[in-house]
Ligand binder design. Structure first.
Ligand code: SF4
Length: 864
């Protein structure tokens, strides 16, 4: 080090499919993060998650060395063991007895070698990815309609459109930067209309022109109705339909749909149909609400049918747009990371495609048929058919439907390898071999975002300990299994090979062609600027990748998509968390937004179940149980409840929501339905409730209710139970692992309340508040008191101190009470005014829908 500041490195955000460009600069105090103004996806913007990336790079829970059965070993012995056990299993039980389960977190180069090893050298297609849970229905829908998995347009189309329809997408929380671009476009051009189709009134619905609170699973019914309306109104584009087959069949099937199934008022349906039909520039964007369905592929095709029928595709401001959840779901699709695909969008079911890839790889064998998709893969593990599995950068014990069955299957599997940045995951606990992987900021490669834009993820810090990139570990195992073609010296060589193979694919009529980069040097790879592969927009010319070159309109049957049962469970994401929180939970700022697992439930349903605000509710399905905090709101419809999917055994053992979800899949895509599981609800009658703060993390307690999150100075936790401990002080000492520390206490046996505070050197290091009822406390005041010298046992700030309340603006740390006070004082009666007075909403903008919501609530109350 010569003492000069480290250079700014251009890289890409590792979270959602928007794929924002990030500027990262290591400093002695940490890593400075900013949006890259030159990246076309975000043009300098970042959301709260992206802005907090610098807070997620700590090494506190990093896996720093390979481990076998929990013992530290060398890379050499760990890799040799993996190669030996995989080779032995294949020799004894055949290639389909092993599997790889990978992730949209992998860089394209990692993905490429994983797929090559499995399909071209092991000779099985048993490689699938957690992208199966994210957008497999879009892949299947694209292939049915276009003959290829092609996203036709780009982000600019959302700003160029006159109508943007968001279907099953909480864009404001799940793809915040694209949402901000869209809202900015509407602010500049109010004639741009935004329609949201979603059973829930999510943050995305605030301030849009129309929200259609459709019945779960009925999107295809609505778009079938739209198709019939387009035909009736003579709005079909006859010229464009020369390039499309299946029009008559699609219309006949659409006429069978009954719009009453959508549950929408007739007037609202008509208004939506009129708007869509009368506007040429329409973009329909969808996400998990469409894909994560037992009829997801049909939903995708019902939407595409309407765009094909009108020729509104592949032109500026017109088209269909599937936005992906993960940063490199698209890269995974390009390399064939799904069990039913080949590299470079080639088709595993076509012998000429298989032969071309095998010839290119000079591989000894080739998978002859699709492998097992995620749900079937873990079923095969449970049935003992898959005897060795390597799981890379994903946590299926939390995220797969019927997650407890997945855990049981892995517990019984003879050989489980897990590559990850941490050993502290539910899945890593099932591993025989743990391989320490390089994480974001250390990895080197490329990712592809939802608009087909390939960007570099560049390293700016050294991998800690013995962490290594995944492509390296995969190539090492391949070489130890005796396979040639895995001697790459860096990711640029893998990128070049992938690019060369794309030229072979293009010669076979494929859409994915980056062969111009086949000879790329390390220098040029390092300098690679973000680029969209293929055409900027596909299909305006009416030419498709089907054998006859025509698109297919697919007849979509009107099937009842909703399972029976009193309550239907919808699962999804929070604004400030990502997947199973292995990264975002390290950020205290992000952790303060919705710091506890919750269940959104309609007030009438809450009444029926006997729930009051802040009560705990027990969820039960045939597959599992959970306990969550009731969040009573009319944002969900009656009979429907919503819970986030982020919590794990490490932070809330009774909130692993996917344990309840039935592993029911779409027959075409194999994507599980994570949006409509039949469940029962009960009030959880706790005998006691508690709130704790601690400078040290608490050990997760799986009896009763336990949920903890990080704070600026330590951790906060909510607890509840049915059995009252004999001695609360002993309970507190065990909880905090402080057997000897002096304690201050306030106990009221009659009221059933107790409060304990532990100090060290005059500073508060732990406190526990207990009551027979859900606790009303100024939690943020108590959290702020941790490691301070002020007393917190009163549970409320003194008369001269305000409690800012739960965090709304994570960037500037502005709490809900502060915002409410500003609104009530009349000083801040608009989102802009809140920004001027408090700063909230002026940085990343992710909280602006919540600010709008607070203003609307105040206006409603004021009007009453
Ligand atoms: Fe990352 Fe947020 Fe951009 Fe998504 S929208 S890529 S999470 S900064």
């Amino acid at each position: 080090m010569d003492g000069s500041p480290a250079p700014v490195i251009r890289t890409t955000c590792p979270y959602c499919g928007v794929g924002c460009g990030v500027l990262a600069r290591p400093t002695p105090a940490g890593v400075e993060i900013a949006g890259d103004p030159d990246h076309p996806a975000n043009k300098g913007r970042l959301c709260s998650k992206g802005l907090a990336l610098g807070e997620t790079l700590g090494l506190d829970d990093r896996l720093l060395e390979p481990r076998v059965h929990g013992r530290k070993v060398s890379w050499d012995s760990a890799l040799s063991l993996v190669a030996e056990r995989f080779a032995e299993t294949i020799r004894d039980h055949g290639p389909d007895s092993v599997a790889l389960y990978v992730s949209g977190q992998l860089l394209t180069e990692d993905y490429y070698v994983a797929n090559k090893l499995m399909k071209g050298f092991i000779g099985s297609a048993n490689i699938d990815t957690n992208s199966r849970l994210c957008m497999a229905s879009s892949v299947a829908g694209h292939k049915r309609a276009f003959g290829s998995d092609t996203v036709p347009g780009q982000y600019d189309d959302l700003e160029l459109a006159d109508v943007v329809v968001l279907v099953g997408s909480n864009l404001a929380w799940c793809h915040p930067v694209i949402y901000q671009r869209l809202i900015a476009a509407k602010a500049a051009r109010p004639a741009l209309k935004i329609v949201v189709i979603d059973p829930r009134r999510t943050a995305t619905c605030d301030g849009v022109d129309m929200h259609l609170a459709i019945a779960p699973g009925q999107d295809a019914t609505l778009f079938n109705g739209l198709l019939v309306h387009l035909a009736t109104e003579r709005a079909l584009n006859r010229d464009y339909l020369e390039n499309v087959t299946g029009v008559g069949d699609a219309l006949r099937a659409a006429r069978e749909s009954d719009l009453a199934e959508t549950g929408l008022p007739q007037g609202q349906i008509e208004a939506f149909f009129r708007l869509w039909t009368g506007t040429e520039k329409v973009v329909t964007l969808w996400s998990q609400g469409v894909n994560q369905s037992r009829v997801g592929t049909d939903k995708v095709n019902a939407i595409i049918n309407c765009h094909l029928a009108t020729g509104r595709i592949g032109k500026p401001g017109m088209g269909t747009f599937s936005i992906t959840g993960q940063p490199n779901a698209m890269g995974g699709r390009e390399v064939g990371g799904l069990a039913n695909m080949l590299a470079c969008h080639l088709d595993i079911e076509r012998s000429d495609h298989r032969d071309a890839v095998q010839c290119f790889w000079a591989s000894p064998t080739m998978a002859q048929q699709p492998g097992l998709k995620a749900v079937d893969m873990f079923r095969a593990v449970g049935a003992g058919k898959i005897k060795a599995i390597w799981i890379i950068h994903t946590n299926p014990v939390v995220t797969m439907p019927e997650a407890d069955i997945v855990r049981a299957a892995l517990d019984l599997c003879p050989f489980v390898v897990v590559s990850d940045v941490t050993a502290a995951t539910d899945t890593a606990r099932c591993a025989h071999v743990l391989l320490p992987a390089a994480g974001w900021g250390e990895k080197d490669g490329t990712v592809t975002n939802s608009e087909r834009r390939i960007s570099r993820q560049r390293p700016f810090i050294e991998p800690p300990g013995e962490a290594r990139p995944d492509w390296w570990a995969l190539c090492q195992v391949a070489q130890r299994m005796g396979f040639a073609g895995f001697d790459h010296t860096g990711p640029h060589e893998i990128f070049a090979e992938h690019a060369a193979l794309s030229g072979v694919a293009a010669a076979l009529g494929g859409d994915f062609d980056i062969s111009a980069h086949a000879g790329i040097t390390r220098e040029n790879y390092d300098a690679l600027v973000p680029f969209i592969w293929g055409k900027i927009r596909f299909f305006a010319d009416g030419r498709f990748h089907t054998p006859d070159g025509k698109a297919r309109m697919v007849p979509v049957a009107a099937e009842p998509a909703t399972p029976p049962g009193r309550y239907r469970l919808n699962t999804g994401r929070n604004r400030d968390q990502w997947h199973t929180m292995t990264r975002t939970a390290k950020s205290p700022r992000l952790s303060q937004h919705l710091a506890e697992p919750y269940l959104e439930i309609h007030p009438d349903d809450a009444h029926e179940v006997g729930l009051s605000a802040a009560d705990l509710v027990k969820l039960r399905s045939p597959h599992g149980t959970a306990i969550l905090r009731a969040l009573i709101t009319d944002r969900v419809r009656r009979g429907e409840v919503f819970a986030p999917m982020h919590w794990t055994s490490q932070n809330a053992p009774m909130a692993r929501i996917d344990a309840l979800v039935a592993a029911q899949t779409d027959p075409m895509s194999g994507q599980p339905d994570l949006k409509a599981s039949a469940i029962e609800l009960f009030r959880y009658d706790a005998a006691w409730y508690a709130f704790a703060v601690s400078a040290q993390p608490l050990t997760a307690n799986s009896t009763g209710y336990f949920a903890q999150m990080k704070t600026m100075n330590g951790w906060r936790a909510e607890l509840a139970g049915r059995t009252v401990p004999d001695d609360w002080q002993a309970f507190a000492r065990t909880l905090f692992a402080l057997p000897e520390m002096p304690v201050a206490s306030v106990i009221d046996a009659k009221k059933g309340t107790a409060r304990f505070a532990f100090h060290e050197g005059g500073r508060l290091i732990a406190a526990l508040f207990i009551s027979r009822r859900p606790l009303v406390l100024a939690r943020d005041h108590i959290v702020a008191g941790l490691l301070g010298e002020q007393g917190v046992l009163a549970g409320q700030p003194g008369g001269d101190q305000a409690d800012s309340g739960a965090t709304v603006c994570s960037c500037l740390n502005v709490g809900v009470n502060t915002i409410r006070a500003a609104i009530e004082s009349g000083r801040a009666m608009s989102v802009e005014a809140i920004g001027r007075h408090l700063g909230a909403g002026t940085n990343c903008g992710s909280c602006r829908p919540e600010l709008t919501d607070l203003l609307a609530k105040y206006a409603r109350l004021a009007a009453e």
